[in-house]
Each structure stands twice: as C-alpha cells, then as structure tokens.
Design a protein. Structure first.
Length: 227
C-alpha cells in the first residue's frame, strides 16, 4: 500500500513537470487530499499535491520568488489535508468546493472554501464554481494549477450527496480548463475520488474529463503556435 502511494505521488510530480513543459499533465490517480503532513486519512496515505508543489517550487523560481501555485479542488469532499498543509503559505492558494455536510466532518480552513448543501444540482453548482473562480482571480495569479477532478459530485455517486448530471460534470471541467487556458496557466489534472453505485458511471465521468483534457492540450498547442 505504501509503495502504491509513493508511486502515485511520483506520478503527480511527473505530471506537474509535464504541465510546465506542455501546458497540461495528468495522473490517472492522485488527488489524495485528506492526507496531512504527519498522517494519512480518508483513503489517502500521502498528500501528492503538497509534495509535487514543494518539489516544483524547489526546482523552479519565477522572478526570484517561489512558483505561485493554486489548488482547485472539486472533489466532493473538502481537501482538508491540503488546506492544513498550506494554511500559512502565501505561495499556495487552496480552493475547495465541496459538500458542506459530507466527510471530513471537521473541515480545515483553506484560502477559499465553498460548502454546498446536499442535493445541489448543475445550475447551483456551476454558479458557485463561476463565483469561486472569479474570486480566485482577485486573490492570486498562479503559475501552476492542480485540478482535483473528483467524479464524486456526480448524481450516481454513493458518497457524494450532490446531484450533478454527466453534462454538469463536463461543464465543471470545461470551466476550469478554460480558466487556465485563457490565462495560459499550466494545469495538473488529478483523479481524486469517485464511488459510483454503477462503476461504469464513474468511469464515464472520468473518461469525459480526460477527453476534455486532451482537447485542452490541443488548444494549448495551437494557441502557442498562433502566438
Ligand atoms: Zn471525494
């Protein structure tokens, strides 16, 4: 188990390096956001985003200061470990949009937390996401974004307690991808959680995310050539 967790962290570091080179990098695992610096929690052993952010910051500087990082955590569960680890760190901004009544029942204060009621559907979710992304603009100018694209806000999820349709999930992903592309911010895509009553529904959501990510990479390439 530890070895699997170590490799997953390594894959997120590799995806982050790839994102800096190619505009986007993805790990078909990762997003283990309940892990703290000194303990695991909620299916998470090590906090891959924290390790990758620190590795990249140690290796890359921008204008003589640490790489500015934002974590956009749209898994349905709050990224409590990530929020705690970066609580006093101005170089990493943590945004979490999650079910207010869902696990973890004791939330940590991140830089921007949006707690949603049980049963939230597409329209309310996407409006909350738009508002959060607008707030993010006002708070920081990240040079690297980690996107936790959990499939668990989907209506077919056993643990999610929200009601996003497949189309709503696609719109969620597209908003984050567009936000990064329009600002030319490299993006690291991570899977995070997904617990469908029908596993096929979770896989469909995840596949949808990766299809959009592929299109995003193509747009990144073509906009680079045009520039
Ligand atoms: Zn989750």
């Amino acid at each position: 188990m530890a070895e699997r967790a170590r490799r997953s962290v390594g894959a997120t570091v590799a995806a982050a390096r790839s994102a800096l080179r190619h505009g986007i990098g993805a790990n078909l695992a990762g997003g283990t956001h309940h892990a703290y610096a000194d303990k695991g929690g909620g299916f998470c052993v090590f906090n891959d985003v924290a390790v990758a952010a620190r590795v990249l910051q140690a290796q890359h500087q921008r204008d003589g200061r640490a790489l500015q990082v934002a974590v956009i955590d749209l898994d349905v569960h709050q990224g409590n470990g990530t929020a705690r680890i970066f609580q006093d760190d101005a170089s990493v901004f943590t945004l979490s949009l999650h079910g207010e009544k869902n696990f973890p029942f004791r939330k940590e204060a991140g830089d921007l937390d949006v707690g949603l009621p049980d049963g939230t559907g597409d329209a309310d979710y996407l409006a909350a996401l738009d508002a959060a992304l607008m707030q993010l603009d006002g708070h920081c100018k990240p040079q690297l974004v980690f996107f936790l694209a959990g499939a668990d806000p989907h209506e077919g999820d056993r643990l999610g307690r929200l009601k996003l349709s497949f189309q709503g999930m696609q719109s969620r992903d597209q908003r984050v991808l567009d936000w990064c592309l329009s600002r030319r911010i490299p993006l690291v895509l991570l899977m995070a959680g997904g617990y469908g009553v029908q596993i096929e529904a979770t896989v469909q959501v995840q596949l949808g995310t990766y299809r959009l990510a592929y299109a995003h990479w193509q747009r990144w390439q073509s906009s680079k050539q045009a520039a």
